[in-house]
Ligand binder design. Sequence first.
Ligand SMILES: Cc1ncc(COP(=O)(O)O)c(C=O)c1O
Length: 441
Amino acid sequence: MTLSDFGKKFTERSGILDLMDDLSLALQGSEKKYMLGGGNPAHIPEVQQVFRKRIEEILRTPGALEAMLGNYDSATANASFAEALAALLNSRFGWPIGPENIAVTNGSQTAFFLLFNLFGGRAGYITDTIVQDGSEGGGTRKRDRMQKHNRMQKIVFPLCPEYIGYADQGIYPDQFVSFPSRIEELENGFFKYRVDFNRLEIPKDAGALCVSRPTNPTGNVLTDGEVRELARIAAERGIPLFLDNAYGLPFPKIIFEDVHPYWDENVVFSMSLSKLGLPSVRTGILVARKEIVRAVSAANAIANLANGGIGQILVTPLIRNGEIIRISEEYIYPFYKRRSARTIQWIHEAFPKHLEYRIHKSEGAIFLWIWFKNLRITTKELYEKLKERHVIIVPGEYFFFGLSEPWDHSTQCIRLNYSGPEKDVQRGIEIIAEVAGAYTR
Ligand SMILES: Cc1ncc(COP(=O)(O)O)c(C=O)c1O
């Protein structure tokens, strides 16, 4: 088959495809696998119970199931869902928004695909030149369309490493620019990435800034000060700041630091139902000014026709009655906080000292990010060796896209998802300790 440039770029092997393949691999065969890769959220029984009850309620209500399954929903957002969510964000954070500020997509992954290509990529100003046609009435006609400029509008990531799922989403290969974070070593074998504002030079042709907060893969949470500074820089340049809040507030609240969510007219704040425990309903949410909501839903209608309504209909009453906040605070947050601490403990117990490992301070999300300072092999090679032992992790290399120069650090880190069954996570860590220990300098 003869593919277009788009076809070629989007069918090459990508990190996110490897990751999703590994996820399905874990479900195949009879051999025990230790699944510390992928981004599946934990199955928390109390939370599952709430969704089960809600589905039972839909089944009991005459016509509700048929309405949920039998109609196309909007390409923007389900009206009741958008109203309920805007009211919640308004009352909790005082954001001056209404339902017209909410756009839904089939997962926030899709939202970012649309955003990156609406605001990034080839951008020419096509202008029509109007000339007199010489007729008596002074009529005019359009002359040829003139392409005045042709430039590559960039999406800028100020905190690299960043989410693997962004890496291949640009239609053009040179659409993304990242800046290496500053590494701050902390006490007790921890470290933290900071935005290196001294090195952050926003290119002239930037179309948007983007950060995930909490950050996938590292569990970093940008401070309120860092977010305000990024918002200021974006506003000064007249470009939007995308704040990816897939793990943050007000739900699912997998965030362990006392920070505040941020929104202004220049910010596109994204949320997702996935990490609540509903990845399969594919519901992503953007909070943005009306103009951006309209642009996203126009592109969404072309690519997706409509959004799936199941997730929105499932959670709307839970947003209205505050249940979504209650399950986030009472079950989801404590589960991940406790599990993160235990996983760190297992790592300290299992990892030999000569590994010279550091752990990124766990401030949120469902991952631990480990930096091996003393490994003889790259983390991609380590990933292959671990796979032979049936342990799946994600090698760090994929998260360092868009850099202008090579960075040694990019081959020294791995991401572990710590939300799976306890015994699997603990045993997986013991195997990592053995394998990595054998390849240490
Ligand atoms: C930071 C971040 N953004 C976006 C997504 C996409 O999530 P979804 O498409 O399930 O909403 C993920 C998934 O893991 C993520 O970690």
